[in-house]
Write a protein that binds this ligand. Structure first.
Ligand code: CDP
Length: 220
């Protein structure tokens, strides 16, 4: 039996991951962070000393890397070469290189197939950039979260260890990644025509979760 999918898309630091995790808990679906897979492939590329801009080498790493999926604490996550890399994939080096790796068509095809296969695990709440547009255009519910650039830089900065970077640096890095993600040829970040857009600027996590849950209730 294929599970239902709730798609939550949006740019970096729009609040997707925290919100999607809570929505998954409320609707008893499994949470999936699609970006973690692009980050995982990027991690495999960097640890092998490969240039993330070299698409043919990136594709070679993609063939070599051993990715397996596990259900863990209400989420579907993965192991890379048998290891839990959830902390390693949040490194600043990954932030700098992930958009280049995610722009490679063969990487997107592979990750999209992994994400589609997760449907066999049950109902999913999946967050990302192209879930409602490309991965699951037939998702039962689609949301697009946004927030002002200033607010997103502030949120991302607040999540980081003190002294790691200034708000301005975080802002520059987010803008750069948003630009790369929304202008790439394959599956750029954009709003699905049938998505409900939620501007989260000035809203608390609870308010955003409530807004989504209200919409789900209306159309359930
Ligand atoms: O945590 P944050 O929102 O900053 O990013 P993420 O969700 O971990 O995604 C990291 C990167 O993966 C993005 O900047 C995109 O380049 C790529 N990505 C994508 O292309 N498509 C997705 N569905 C999810 C992520």
């Amino acid at each position: 039996m294929m599970g239902k999918v709730i798609a939550i898309d949006g740019p970096s630091a729009s609040g997707k991951s925290t919100v999607a995790r809570r929505v998954a808990a409320v609707c008893t679906g499994l949470y999936v962070d699609s970006g973690s897979l692009y980050r995982g492939v990027t991690h495999a590329v960097l640890t092998r000393g490969i240039d993330p801009e070299d698409a043919s080498e990136v594709v070679r790493v993609l063939r070599e890397a051993d990715i397996s999926f596990v259900e863990d604490n209400g989420a579907v996550t993965f192991r890379l070469d048998g290891e839990d890399v959830s902390d390693a994939i949040r490194r600043p080096e990954i932030n700098r290189s992930v958009s280049a790796v995610a722009a490679v068509a063969a990487v997107r095809e592979r990750v999209t197939q992994w994400l589609r296969d997760m449907r066999t695990h049950g109902d999913l709440v999946m967050e990302g950039r192209d879930i409602g547009t490309v991965v699951f255009p037939d998702a039962s519910h689609k949301f697009y979260l946004n927030a002002s650039e200033e607010e997103r830089a502030r949120r991302r900065h607040a999540e980081m260890p003190a002294d790691d970077a200034s708000v301005e640096e975080v802002d520059r890095s987010l803008r750069r990644r948003d630009k790369l993600d929304s202008t790439r040829k394959v599956a750029p970040l954009k709003t699905a025509p049938d998505a409900i857009v939620v501007d989260t600027t000035g809203l608390s996590i609870e308010e955003v979760v409530q807004c989504i849950v209200d919409h789900l209730g209306e159309r359930a």
